[in-house]
Structure formats: C-alpha cells, structure tokens
Design a protein around this ligand. Structure first.
Ligand SMILES: [Zn+2]
Ligand SMILES: [Zn+2]
Length: 237
C-alpha cells in the first residue's frame, strides 16, 4: 500500500480525533477542561491542519444544536439533500461561519507553519505520495464529518424523543461516539456519548495523567449561545 494512503488515513483519523475531543466536546460543549499546554498543542494543530480556528468550529456547531433540523441549522439533512450534507461539509461550514463572530484575529503564523509542514512531507515522501496523502486525508476527514451530520440525523432509534438526531450504536466506533447522536443532542455536555464511545477511554487516560479535568465542569452548557466562551476560560488558569 502506498505510504501516502497510510499517512492520509492516519492524518484524517488524528484530525477527526482532535476535532471531536477539543473543538467539539471541550470548546463547543464544555464537557471537560484541558491543561493550557494541551490546549495550545491542539489549537495549533487544528488551525494548521483544519484551516480554521477551533472557536469558529465550536460556534458553528452550537448553531447546529440551537437550530437542529430547522431552516437555520447549518447542515440538516432533513432540510437539505442528504448528499449535500454528506459531501459538502466544508462548503456548509464556510457558509455558516459567516453567521458567527470571529473569536480571535487570524494568526499570521498559521500559513508559514503549514508551509513548513508541507515542505517537510514533500522532502520526506515526494510530491506524489503527498498528493495521495492530501486526497486520502480530505476524503477521510470530511467523510467522517459528513457521515455524522447525515446519518446521525436520519437513521436509528430515538431514546430521547424531544431531542434531534438518532442513535445507531453500531456506528459509535467509526463515527467517534456519534452513533449516539440523539443522546448527544439530549445531553450535549456529557463527556461520554454512550457505552461504545471510543473517545471515552482516551478522555479517561488523559484524566489519569492529569492532562484533562473531567469532573469540575461537566454540567452547565448554554446550548443557546452562538459562540463558545473565551479560549482562556476553557482551560485551567
Ligand atoms: Zn446533530
Ligand atoms: Zn455537539
């Protein structure tokens, strides 16, 4: 198997994990806190690889929770064609990002750092493998995001009838805990989405070594806010 495929798959998985753990559960839902050093690493990774700041991602996601499956939902497959939500995550995010305030000014260091990363990969693996990696990364990462937004709102059971989305436990592992999407909409601040949530052991391990504080901030969440709080308020002082 070409090394570009392996690197692209690994990169997509790592980026999906950072998105789910940091931008989604930590920043958007305040389900736990992370140490400032951890936050800095994840913030830098997210900005360089995903290409936006994690606060904007979190703010757009809160729009989804606030307006789930209504015309103001940024990516409801019930009001748009499911194929558009499945394949158009980047486009729908860019449109929704215009509706939320910019939390921080654009960082000037992102582009140069991204250039350095690409240069290192080009030197190490050559242009063809880097191109393969890029394509596999995009398909994998946006595929996971699109699947969550599409399948999670169309198929499965509804243990919480008042909340949006559906549960399909068999999808919990490939969708990083979002097989319990209805449960997530019902309890968005929960650090664990369900029994088969693959993120939960990672959070437990992070808590065991002192990188994550699972306990003290687990409860309150204002799902009606359109933007998450200040970055520094979400990490240990
Ligand atoms: Zn949802
Ligand atoms: Zn959420």
């Amino acid at each position: 198997m070409p090394i570009g495929v392996i690197l692209g798959f690994a990169s997509a998985l790592l980026t999906a994990l950072v998105t789910e753990i940091y931008a989604h559960r930590c920043l958007a839902h305040h389900a736990f806190r992370v140490r400032p050093a951890v936050a800095s690493v994840l913030d830098t990774y997210f900005r360089v690889v995903v290409g936006t700041d994690p606060e904007s991602w979190a703010a757009v996601h809160r729009l989804h929770h606030r307006y789930s499956d209504t015309p103001l939902d940024p990516h409801s497959p019930r009001l748009r064609r499911p194929a558009t939500v499945l394949l158009g995550s980047a486009y729908l995010f860019a449109k929704a990002k215009l509706r939320v305030p910019a939390d921080r000014p654009k960082a000037r260091w992102v582009l140069p750092l991204r250039g350095v990363v690409v240069f290192v990969y080009l030197v190490a693996f050559g242009p063809l493998q880097v191109l393969i990696m890029f394509v596999v990364h995009l398909v994998g990462y946006l595929g996971i995001m699109g699947m969550v937004n599409t399948v999670g709102h169309l198929y499965g059971s509804k243990p919480h009838p008042h909340a949006a989305g559906y549960d399909a436990a068999w999808l919990a592992i490939p969708l990083l805990g979002h097989g319990y999407h209805n449960s997530h909409h019902a309890h968005p601040a929960a650090a664990r989405t369900g029994r088969l949530d693959p993120i939960w052991p990672i959070l437990r391990a992070g808590a065991a070594v002192g990188l994550i504080d699972l306990g003290s901030r687990a409860a309150p969440l204002d799902t009606h806010a359109t933007c998450c709080g200040a970055f520094t308020s979400l990490v240990h002082p």
